[in-house]
Design a protein around this ligand. Structure first.
Ligand SMILES: Nc1ncnc2c1ncn2[C@@H]1O[C@H](COP(=O)(O)OP(=O)(O)OP(=O)(O)O)[C@@H](O)[C@H]1O
Ligand SMILES: [Mg+2]
Length: 402
């Protein structure tokens, strides 16, 4: 079939031709946006889930919705080496300048600009022109958390005076350093208590739930933690059939069943397999044979784009740790205690270094329940078993005697 028309879009944050099964999440975001608009403070939504489940796609939708409701929107994607103070300063500046850019600005905005000036001096980010005087005693303490609170309050008050509302979207929250996350949460808390029109939507790996709770105990009440998961029936089926339907192409039922079996309803995998099936198929309806013909190529593409890169920087012992996990099956979570046993070790302490390294390398993630971890990528256990074979405990080489 026509490759140019291919409606499946494996990618990062790429809007799918048909967004399946996320109505209730979109509804929650819509309610939050509407409530904030009328001054009814609402909790921030924090999306969490594995790689490729569709968190970024949802954040982008939230942004679109907010823009349609005339919110001033700014989206940030945190990356491992970012300095949050620099990133947030630039975002806050953009927000401030969009509240009002006419000559005659109101007192509250003048104040916010002054507070911002102090803030930017305090965090050492003064590489832009802003012809206002800093306000003494506001956002100039040099303590990031206090200063961020001040600037959020000043911006919130200015927005309120202008009848404007602000939406800040933050992707890949797990990369925030703990003090920065703490400061950000504290600032949002302050805004919430003062009922100011700033709303935040966040997204990250499952560990964001644990991280936020660790840095601020009240975070549990400040956020709605929203899991984003694989698609269940009938939404998994719709994710496959709807994009094709728009182009008058249908599937035989056994073909659909096979796609669900292979992809387990994970959005990224549906897009990748769908893309290959479309290119292999000659005509509508798409058959089971088309799926079987496309499967090896799709799996190869998945291995290359999704799985293999995660093995690149992993040491042999770390690989052994992952392999021990994989040998227990495709689980949603793995108990550290079980991995200890599997690896033939005595205590969690013996293997926590591997867990920590793998977490840093983005392969495993810590869950909210104490003592449990998961792979960051769906179906990773299956990939490991396919490529590494059966698991045999591998012990550190004994140190050579002097
Ligand atoms: N609900 C959905 N229905 C169909 N396809 C979807 C859905 N959600 C996401 N996708 C597709 O899945 C892929 C991954 O989406 P996205 O990049 O948003 O995932 P993610 O959770 O942000 O992943 P990561 O953690 O790696 O950033 C994209 O190709 C997207 O088009
Ligand atoms: Mg993403």
């Amino acid at each position: 079939m026509d490759e140019i028309q291919n409606p499946y879009k494996p990618g990062a944050g790429t809007q799918p031709s048909y967004l399946a099964g996320r109505e209730s999440i979109l509804h929650k975001a819509n309610v939050s946006l509407e409530r904030t608009k009328i001054g009814n403070y609402d909790r921030a939504i924090m999306l969490y889930g594995l790689r490729g489940v569709g968190k970024t796609v949802l954040l982008n939708r939230f942004k679109q919705m907010a823009e349609q409701k005339n919110y001033i929107c700014e989206k940030i994607e945190i990356s491992e080496n970012d300095k949050f103070q620099v990133v947030i300063t630039s975002v806050l500046r953009k927000i401030l300048l969009s509240i009002d850019n006419t000559e005659k600005i109101k007192e509250t905005l003048k104040k916010a600009l002054g507070v911002f000036k102090s803030f930017s001096v305090s965090v050492g980010e003064v590489n832009f022109k802003l012809d206002v005087k800093p306000i003494v005693g506001q956002a100039d303490s040099g303590r990031f958390e206090d200063d961020l609170k001040d600037i959020f309050l000043a911006i919130g008050e200015a927005a309120k005076a202008y009848n404007k509302y602000i939406c800040i979207l933050v992707d890949e929250i797990q990369y925030l350093k703990k003090p920065d996350l703490g400061a950000f949460i504290a600032a949002l808390h302050q805004v919430a208590q003062s009922n100011l029109p700033i709303i935040m939507f966040g997204a990250g790996l499952p560990s964001v739930q644990k991280m936020t709770g660790d840095v601020k105990t009240y975070a549990e009440r400040l956020f709605v933690f929203q899991p984003v998961e694989n698609l269940k029936y009938p939404e998994n089926e719709k994710a496959i059939t709807e994009p094709a339907k728009k182009l008058n192409v249908t599937y035989n039922q056994d073909a659909i069943d096979k796609i669900i079996e292979i992809t387990k309803g994970y959005p990224y995998f549906i897009q990748e397999l769908g893309r290959h099936i479309w290119d292999v198929a000659k005509e509508s309806p798409i058959t089971l044979q088309d799926v079987l013909d496309a499967e090896p190529k799709a799996m190869e593409a998945l291995d290359e784009s999704f799985f293999k890169s995660r093995l690149d920087k992993v040491t042999d012992m770390e690989k052994s740790f992952m392999h021990a996990m994989a040998s227990m099956g495709d689980n949603e979570k793995y108990a550290m205690a079980d991995i200890v046993k599997k690896m033939g070790r005595k205590s969690t302490n013996d293997i926590s270094i591997f867990r920590d390294n793998l977490k840093r390398k983005g392969v495993v993630d810590q869950m909210k329940i104490h003592g449990y971890i998961c792979f960051t990528v769906p179906l990773f256990a299956d990939f490991l078993r396919r490529t590494l074979g059966d698991y045999k405990p591998k012990l550190n080489k004994p140190k050579a005697k002097k």
